[in-house]
Design a binder for this molecule. Sequence first.
Ligand SMILES: C[S@@+](CC[C@H](N)C(=O)[O-])C[C@H]1O[C@@H](n2cnc3c(N)ncnc32)[C@H](O)[C@@H]1O
Length: 272
Amino acid sequence: MMQKIDNELISRLVGLNVSMYDDAFLNKSVQKRMTDTQSDSSGAYSNLLEQSKEEVTKLVDSLHISYSEFFRNSLTYSVLERIILPSLVQRKKTSGNKQLRIWSAASAAGQEAYSLAMLLEEFNSTYDEKLNYRIFATDQCDVQVNLARQGIYSADALNNLNRRRVKQWFTKQGDSYLVKPELKEHIDYSVFDLFSEQLSTPPASIFGDFDLVVCANLLFYYKPQFQEIIIGKAGNCLADKAYLVVGETERDILRRHNFNEVFPQSGIFQIL
Ligand SMILES: C[S@@+](CC[C@H](N)C(=O)[O-])C[C@H]1O[C@@H](n2cnc3c(N)ncnc32)[C@H](O)[C@@H]1O
């Protein structure tokens, strides 16, 4: 039988408000940790959490709440590269509204923002007239924002990148890889909580009006009422005919909120 642990206890110990988290998602992670630690009751696992910082860290890690990858979901990035970004670039050029504005709204340690910047820089290398673009990379967690700003990754973190991209966009330093300054030039990093009641968009962006918002792989761990707040916030700051990108497992959530997937399975949506 499924044994539940008090959410308040977990919130206090792990320093996250887990009462906002989807029950099934949280219980699955806790049950797995209970099995791995051979805790035979929720009381025994609660005691272990109280006594062991190591176990608290393991539980937080098992939630994968900061996990990210470069070019995570290859289909999404392939559609962005081949269809969405070229059409946005063309739209910018013909409308005279020259700046392409992107918000990576839960950017973790920056992999998402740098993947987008790589695509746009690669576009720019093929055009005489350079596209003016800005990527606002935000996350609620200041540790993650600092990691993104530093742009230092292990070799493992670069697994999804081909050799050409690693060579072109990173400098090797010891065992680590540093993002080159030219990739950082168009990215603005800041802490931003999508549940903020005061702010609708990152202050650095001034007015939102984004052509592309990537809000991927965080909806799934929130309860529906909190998913709705995030989708509302991301949806409200989209420019006309702009796109909202979510994670592979979050596509159904967007469909339930009046969004249309522009290319099957891509996770790339427009408001209906
Ligand atoms: C699993 S990571 C996903 C990172 C990246 N978007 C991706 O798809 O690989 C989820 C990120 O969402 C951030 N996050 C969670 N709740 C948030 C909120 N309310 N506002 C902003 N960021 C949030 C977390 O700090 C974490 O870095």
